[in-house]
Design a protein around this ligand. Structure first.
Ligand SMILES: *[C@@H]1O[C@H](CO)[C@@H](O)[C@H](O)[C@H]1NC(C)=O
Ligand SMILES: *[C@@H]1O[C@H](CO)[C@@H](O)[C@H](O)[C@H]1NC(C)=O
Ligand SMILES: *[C@@H]1O[C@H](CO)[C@@H](O)[C@H](O)[C@H]1NC(C)=O
Ligand SMILES: *[C@@H]1O[C@H](CO)[C@@H](O)[C@H](O)[C@H]1NC(C)=O
Length: 331
């Protein structure tokens, strides 16, 4: 790999296969490498059932004549990393720099790279990008459970994040707000023999998920942690159409607040002094961003997703005791 310059002396360590970082003493320089770099974007970031996922791969600096290669990441058991598999079928190589994935139902990670000429010159792989599923599914061998059931926390709140499901090995991952991918407690593969991979008290704002030794990604949760102020209590998993849901708002040491303003997509929804926002039967139009406000303090906003009731999954997950009613997407 090319990672040198006449001004760099001393040890040079390649930290990442995706981006070269030359570390000289305490100083980390992000070196723009001599090779063109592919930059992948994935849209949307959160799956909704039935929607398509669009991948776009841009070569920087831009130039012509590329073909694009598309890969899906598979959590790799041996190392703390991923292996990349070409997407199946005709979507594995395209002339356009975008690619549409239909029918993706669970969390997935993608990378791309570009190649041109004969013999083929390939760029490096792009950074790994994800599309997240908020819903747990018994069709995936990993699921992340969050207890208590909310997405906003105060620092030092007692929270349990556990990896469960039909696999014997686990690791937990975080993508922090600053884009840094890290691991939570059970970052190395933990063998599940009755015990779970558990993280108490998350520290970072970011998206949390689990990976199974059998190569699958769990549902993901976007957790907000703050030291002070107020937080919104809203459900972690998608709410099923027709079910009741209650949102509330609280201070660090205090129980629920009254005189709270609740907002849906920045529109004031309720300000009549009640402590809770109760929706007796959720519908698709209740989906969106929620936040609350009290005496001039504002909570962060969190996304609440709503999914259609599905009879088939209801019957199926009744058989499995680690899922509760209404929780899963169909496979
Ligand atoms: C990529 O797609 C082409 C066309 O469908 C197929 O022939 C080829 O086997 C695929 N390659 C891999 C590695 O899946
Ligand atoms: C759990 O995994 C085993 C081994 O991979 C498989 O045979 C079994 O069908 C799975 N069970 C469920 C409920 O998915
Ligand atoms: C709220 O915003 C989301 C995302 O922009 C949108 O999908 C949803 O339809 C909006 N809902 C309402 C009632 O405005
Ligand atoms: C997670 O939630 C925060 C706060 O609402 C938001 O700023 C951020 O964009 C979300 N991240 C993702 C990946 O959705």
């Amino acid at each position: 790999m090319l990672c040198w310059s006449s001004i760099l002396t001393g040890p040079i360590i390649v930290l990442s296969i995706h981006r070269l970082l030359c570390v000289v003493g305490a100083e980390a320089l992000s070196v723009s490498v001599y090779r063109p770099q592919p930059v992948l974007s994935v849209s949307p970031s959160w799956l909704s059932p039935g929607a398509s996922v669009t991948l776009s791969c841009e070569v920087k600096p831009p130039s012509a004549g590329w073909r694009f290669f598309w890969y899906k990441a598979v959590p790799h058991f041996q190392v703390i990393a991923y292996s990349f598999e070409l997407l199946p079928g005709s979507s594995n190589e395209t002339q356009q720099n975008s690619n549409i994935i239909h029918g993706q139902k669970h969390t997935a990670g993608y990378v791309c790279r570009a190649g041109r000429g004969e013999p083929k010159f390939y760029t490096d792989y792009s950074d790994l990008k994800f599309v997240w599923s908020a819903g747990r599914s018994f069709c995936v061998s990993a699921s992340l459970k969050v207890n208590p059931n909310r997405v906003q926390y105060f620092l030092h709140d007692s929270v349990t994040l556990s990896c469960e499901g039909n696999s014997s090995e686990w690791r937990g991952k975080i993508l922090t707000e600053s884009g840094h991918m890290s691991s939570f407690n059970c970052f190395i593969w933990k063998t599940m023999t009755g015990s779970l991979c558990v993280e108490n008290s998350p520290w970072y704002n970011g998206v949390y998920w689990c990976e199974s030794g059998s190569g699958e990604f769990s549902n993901a949760v976007n957790i907000t942690v703050q030291d002070d102020g107020i937080i919104l209590e809203s459900p972690v998993h998608p709410v099923t159409e027709g079910d009741p849901v209650t949102l509330s708002c609280r201070l660090k040491q205090q129980k629920l607040l009254s005189d709270v303003f609740f907002y849906h997509n920045n529109t004031l929804l309720q300000n009549d002094g009640r402590e809770e926002l109760k929706i007796s039967a959720v519908s698709k139009s209740d989906e969106g961003f929620y936040r609350c406000e009290h005496s001039g303090q504002e909570s962060p906003q969190s996304w609440m997703s709503v999914k259609g009731a599905d009879k088939k999954t209801f019957d199926a997950f009744n058989l499995l005791n680690h899922f509760s009613k209404g929780e899963t997407f169909f496979c």
